[in-house]
Write a protein that binds this ligand. Structure first.
Ligand SMILES: Nc1nc2c(c(=O)[nH]1)N[C@H]1C(S)=C(S)[C@@H](COP(=O)(O)OP(=O)(O)OC[C@H]3O[C@@H](n4cnc5c(=O)[nH]c(N)nc54)[C@H](O)[C@@H]3O)O[C@H]1N2
Ligand SMILES: Nc1nc2c(c(=O)[nH]1)N[C@H]1C(S)=C(S)[C@@H](COP(=O)(O)OP(=O)(O)OC[C@H]3O[C@@H](n4cnc5c(=O)[nH]c(N)nc54)[C@H](O)[C@@H]3O)O[C@H]1N2
Ligand code: SF4
Ligand SMILES: [Mo]
Length: 679
């Protein structure tokens, strides 16, 4: 078969590689070998030809003249961004010579990989790289920045990442979109909800910010940040009191219903209203709506878990569908992540057996401290698929660490990111369009194969290729480092004990490009908790040092600064990706700080005025947007804007690197700040 790269004029299939739940099927239009248009694939069963503007304009990024085209070495000061081209041979030799010296002096733990999901392709994001760093015996990275706290919280209740199937949500009659800006971050969720609305469904949005998603709701419920568990417990209180619970379901499929019923007596609507800022009458209205509408579906977003108490919030909300028996109703239930359905054979792909001993593990949310404060210092950092100088909390600490003269930093990326500015060596990365890989959605049930649609730009290389080269130069002669991309995919898809993957293989995927996870309708099959039931009371949580019943735990009061600060993502960037592309910046216009009119008036701040936002960790300057889109005492920004060219837009200079209650998760949204006029 002719490769898609060789198609000069025509349309070839692809899939979106970005860290977005939708994982859209794409069609790439080519002219004279170049991408001229990116469209949705109308044959994709879930995304059905619609895609976001970010990716429609992805061509701008792929062919951006700023792309790194050759390896580079630093010739200026760290942070200055002065580099000179070198060959791949020189680059790999410089890195591995340096590492061999460090290993001899300080051991392999002096080296730290830092990566996340700039590319969701599984062999590139967590395949060959994992093999390499396992074999190297470097410090290992705990990848906690995104969804770990909520993932753990949800699992305590439900046993794993299994939720409602989006394809069944056309039947849903009530959508509770809770802590997710779905219009921007999961657009097809909203498309489905709007279709269902035509058949009478209602859309309720619970958020700290009336953003695009809140504006689309039939009912928007503003809430004080970090208090959502209390609201869920207040709903439970009313459901039990008013006999709106499904007793038969509770008896058959849950443990701890009686304990929970007693426990939620304390969460009176009056008390819950005080905690959450939601009026008592609204708590009653919401509970009764939830208790009497079926099918109902709660879309649990990431905003909830980026708090000190984020794990417990998600654990608590995840109890709700059990109370109303929604798990047995088509289109009912909840969806935090569906990644369990497509879980592949990570042992075969990542080969933890290549690791000798048990090297230390470093939490990626605390990169700054790790670079500045470790007794046995990190002396080399290898960054790929991530831009920690912008995305990690306590950014000033991170920058100070990156500026260490004795830290040997390598950054593999498509661009000179804010992180790459501090690199000793920069390696040019291919875009996902230039790679072979496989992709599994954490929202819908499809797995995709991707084959390159264009040739590598310049001398860029994929992650798998770079780690093969590094392995060879380090003298690692195991077959694991010689496996081709196709072999990596085959290995990841075979020998898995996940019954939902039955029948899915590299060969089958080559024929059909995407395949659906096999389904069983039996709820019990998915309840992989210790009891095999939905755990409203969890002994496991008690063993792990958490309250066994869901509770509201207040946020850490880190200071007396008057505002809670929620620096959320925006519509046209994906984390920091696209924040350096002219087109996307233009679409997004300018960063903003949303503030309640009462607060603005008190501070004498006018709409559009640039204000200084600060706390003990750092400061930043943003223009204010005044209105009623946030509650008093809360300020919200959107987007991880670049602070290059002296712009004071680095919101993460203000965010804490405290860890959430579960899994070492991030607490981006639990920081406090002061806001004042700049003059
Ligand atoms: N356009 C776009 N799409 C994206 C991304 C992007 O940057 N841009 N990022 C991708 C990634 S990596 C992820 S993880 C997801 C994240 O996307 P989402 O799941 O939408 O999560 P967030 O955007 O972090 O936060 C969602 C909402 O939570 C609200 N929120 C914050 N704190 C609270 C709270 O205490 N209670 C309630 N009820 N709401 C709260 C915020 O105001 C925000 O509207 O999106 C992915 N898709
Ligand atoms: N204030 C605040 N901070 C946040 C968040 C928030 O809501 N608020 N969200 C957090 C969340 S949920 C997440 S997931 C993180 C995300 O943080 P990151 O994973 O760091 O995401 P990006 O900023 O998109 O950076 C990805 C980088 O990978 C590069 N890249 C893309 N493809 C490839 C490839 O194939 N190979 C290599 N080597 N590089 C590639 C891109 O060019 C880009 O520079 O940010 C977190 N930071
Ligand atoms: S970023 Fe999300 S919505 Fe946009 S094309 Fe990719 S998967 Fe689809
Ligand atoms: Mo994320």
């Amino acid at each position: 078969m002719k490769s898609f790269v060789d198609v000069k004029d025509g349309v070839v299939p692809s899939v979106c590689s970005l860290d977005c739940p939708d994982q859209c099927g794409l069609l790439i239009h080519k002219k004279s070998g170049k991408i001229v248009k990116i469209d949705g694939d109308p044959d994709h069963p879930v995304t059905q030809g619609n895609i976001c503007n970010k990716v429609r304009n992805m061509g701008e990024r792929i062919y951006d003249p700023k792309r790194v085209k050759t390896p580079l070495k630093r010739i200026g000061e760290k942070g200055e961004g002065k580099f000179a081209p070198i060959s791949w041979e020189e680059a790999i030799r410089a890195i591995t010579d340096h590492w061999k010296k460090l290993i001899a002096e300080d051991g392999p733990e002096s080296i730290l990989p830092y990566s996340f999901y700039g590319n969701m392709g599984l062999i590139n994001a967590e395949g060959m790289d994992r093999r390499f760093f396992h074999r190297l015996g470097s410090s290992q990275l705990d990848r906690t920045i995104c969804s770990v706290a909520g993932g753990k919280g949800y699992s305590y209740t439900m046993g794993g990442s299994f939720g409602t199937d989006p394809e069944e949500m056309t039947e849903t009659k009530l959508f509770i979109i809770w802590g997710i800006n779905a219009v921007s971050t999961n657009m097809h969720q909203m498309t489905i909800a709007q279709k269902a609305r035509k058949n009478g469904a209602k859309i309720v949005v619970i958020d700290v910010h009336k953003n695009q998603t809140g504006r689309m709701a039939d009912w928007f419920i503003p809430i004080i940040p970090g208090t959502d568990a209390a609201l869920a417990l207040g709903i439970m209180h009313i459901l039990f009191n008013e006999q709106l619970v499904d007793r038969l379901f509770l008896e058959t499929y849950t443990v701890g219903a009686q304990e929970l019923e007693m426990h939620v007596k304390d969460y009176t609507p009056e008390r819950v209203s005080e905690i959450t800022g939601v009026p008592e009458s609204d708590i009653y209205k919401l509970a009764r709506m939830y208790g009497t509408t079926s099918p109902s579906m709660i879309r649990i977003g990431n905003g909830l878990q980026h708090h000190d108490n984020g794990g417990m919030i998600v654990r608590t909300i995840a109890c709700l569908p059990a109370l109303t028996g929604q798990w047995l109703v088509k289109g009912g239930g909840a969806l935090k992540s569906n990644s369990g359905y497509l879980a592949h054979n990570t042992t075969a792909l990542q080969r933890p057996d290549l690791m000798n001993g048990r090297p230390r593990t470093i939490n990626m949310n605390q990169l700054g401290s790790a670079l500045l404060e470790m007794e046995k210092p990190i002396r080399s950092l290898f960054v790929y698929n991530s831009n920690p100088a912008v995305v990690a909390p306590e950014a000033n600490k991170v920058r100070k660490g990156l500026a260490r003269e004795d830290l040997f930093t390598i950054v593999h990326d498509l661009f000179i990111t804010e992180t790459a500015m501090y690199a000793d060596i920069v390696l040019p990365a291919t875009s996902a369009f230039e790679n072979t890989d496989f992709y599994t959605s954490y929202w819908h049930h499809y797995i995709h194969l991707h084959e390159p649609v264009i040739a590598p730009i310049g001398e860029s290389k994929s992650n798998t290729e770079v780690f093969r080269l590094l392995a060879e130069a380090m003298g690692f002669d195991e077959q694991a480092f010689k496996d081709s991309d196709e072999e990596l995919i085959s290995q990841a898809l075979s020998g898995s004990d996940n019954p939902h993957l039955a029948g899915i293989s590299y060969e089958e995927l080559r024929k059909s490009r995407f395949m659906r996870a096999r389904h069983t309708d039996n709820l019990v099959d998915r309840l992989k908790t210790p009891s095999g039931k939905i755990e409203l009371f969890s002994k496991k949580m008690e063993e792990d040092g958490h309250p066994p019943l869901p509770v509201h735990v207040p946020l850490v009061k880190e200071s007396d600064y008057p505002f809670l600060f929620v620096p959320a993502p925006n519509h046209n960037f994906l984390n920091s990706t696209f924040s350096n592309n002219e087109k996307h910046m233009k679409l997004e216009k300018a960063p903003k700080l949303f503030m309640n009119a009462a607060d603005a008036e008190r501070l004498g701040i006018e709409d559009g005025e640039v204000v200084r936002i600060w706390n003990d960790r750092g400061e930043c300057e943003l223009p204010v947007s005044i209105g009623d889109h946030v509650l008093p005492g809360v300020v919200v920004s959107q987007g991880l804007w670049s602070d290059a060219a002296g712009k004071k837009h680095l919101v993460n200079s203000l965010t804490p690197d405290r860890l959430a209650d579960m899994g070492g998760g991030a607490t981006f949204f639990s920081g406090r700040v002061n806001v004042e006029k700049t003059v």
